[in-house]
Design a protein around this ligand. Structure first.
Ligand code: ZN
Ligand code: MN
Length: 440
């Protein structure tokens, strides 16, 4: 490669790998309970998820289905023939010496997510695998907890399409939101239920035009918050730029993000696919799905956030940012309220603005909310109003005298009483002139 990277002409090339836990009753290949949060270490284990020799895995149908639901929601193509493969690597938290994952025939391929910037982020594939155990490193020993071993783990891999870290962060947020919306997982990052990895390399603007890449990428692993994602990527860009400016090319490796120093640190040199010696999992038969099953899944998917937002803008003409707030911040129940109000004849943009700016209106009874929008109506009939005003005039002789002596303010005092007595269900102008009339 003859192109030279400089601070002025570099472009980011970023692809994402997102791992997330599905919410299932049981683990991926055994009958152990998947409810492991804060449970006694190694209390949720069996020969399968401990990786004992001879133990046989049986796939969790619910996990397969939830992965496919996610795939459909992201516009993926679902493979009719899918299978599990063994991915070999040695690590203490993986006693089998391999992870059951998917390689050549994942459950879902393709798909995309439209981001806030308008950028369409393309998904490469979504596959299903098993999580590994958790290691606790102490001074002179490492402890292992196998409760997490064998939990259903979905991996979403994007194409290396991001040139802006903000888009990458937005993609991750949109995935978290979607998984929660579909109600297939909690994806709580603090509980490790969603983990982010970024494959990062740099190239020149000229290379971007020719769609050329350097033949390295650095994988920054196990990022556990959206904020750290942004920091880690920026730190890694700076580090790689430095390497280029010194006349070298960064090496292909895995790095971790150190939250204290704000820098990435080397972990291990990155394996190629061939190092994993993938081969079909011989203990699990291939999975075969038909169109009828896929149709059924498709029908089970609710209207998605993205489509709801589009519909709110197109059908009711409200601002796009307001549609986004209603859907993303307040959720389905408020969207439903919004639509009901608009269908009953209220102005859509006014309804949206009030729901967004005055949260107390979310719990308001319907007629009160309507009064708020259309302005208070003279709901009391004139006779009743006259009776109330007469009563107030009789019980406030001083204010009446004051008014007669020219103190205009005392009308406001009497008016206040009327408002309180009628709970505001009067026309202010009409009421003031009625008071003046009745005092004479
Ligand atoms: Zn088990
Ligand atoms: Mn994985």
């Amino acid at each position: 490669m003859s192109e030279i990277i400089t601070k002025e002409n570099y472009r980011l090339v970023l692809g994402l790998e997102i791992h997330l836990h599905l919410r299932t009753e049981r683990k991926m290949f055994c009958k152990c309970s998947a409810d492991i949060w804060e449970k006694t270490p190694n209390s949720h284990t069996c020969p399968v998820c401990l990786g004992l020799p001879g133990a046989l895995p049986v796939p969790n149908e619910d996990a397969v289905k939830k992965t496919q639901v996610l795939g459909l929601a992201l516009g993926c193509k679902l493979n009719k023939d899918s299978r599990f493969d063994r991915k070999h690597y040695f690590y203490p938290d993986l006693p089998k010496g391999y992870q059951i994952s998917q390689y050549k025939q994942p459950l879902c391929v393709g798909g995309s997510v439209e981001l806030d910037s308008g950028f369409m982020a393309e998904v490469e594939r979504i596959h299903l695998e098993e999580d590994v155990a958790k290691s606790f490193h102490e001074k002179d020993r490492t402890l292992l907890d196998f409760n997490k071993s064998g939990l259903p783990l979905v991996e979403i891999v994007t194409k290396p399409v991001f040139s802006d870290v903000k888009d990458a962060v937005d993609f991750c947020k949109k995935i978290q939101q979607l998984v929660r919306f579909l109600d297939i997982g909690d994806v709580d990052m603090e509980k490790g239920q969603m983990r982010l990895e970024a494959n990062i390399s740099l190239r020149t603007r000229e290379m971007e035009e020719k769609e050329d890449l350097f033949d390295y990428k650095v994988e920054v692993k196990n990022i556990n918050s959206f904020r750290f994602m942004e920091k880690a990527v920026i730190a890694e860009i700076e580090r790689q730029l430095e390497v280029f400016l010194n006349g070298d090319t960064p090496i292909q490796e895995n790095r971790g993000f150190n939250e204290t120093t704000g820098k990435t640190v080397p972990q291990r040199t990155k394996e190629d696919a061939k190092d994993y010696r993938y081969f079909p999992e011989p203990d699990i038969p291939p999975m075969v799905f038909n169109d009828a099953y896929f149709d059924e899944l498709r029908e089970s998917i609710p209207e998605l956030p993205h489509d709801i937002k589009r519909r709110l803008v197109e059908n009711y003409g409200i601002k796009k940012t307001d549609a986004t707030t209603l859907v993303d911040v307040f959720g389905l129940s408020i969207v439903e309220k919004f639509e009901n109000y608009v269908k009953s004849g209220l102005d859509a943009q006014k309804v949206a603005s009030i729901l967004i700016n005055r949260k107390e209106t979310h719990e308001m009874p319907e007629d009160e909310f309507k009064d708020l929008i259309v302005g208070k109506k003279d709901t009391l009939d004139e006779d009743t109003l006259v009776e109330i005003i007469k009563k107030i005039i009789d019980s406030n002789p001083k204010a009446v005298d004051d008014f007669k002596e020219g103190k205009e303010n005392s009308i406001q005092f009497l008016f206040g009483h009327v408002m309180r007595e009628t709970k505001g269900k009067v026309d202010p102008e009409n009421t003031v002139s009625l008071i003046k009339e009745l005092i004479k």
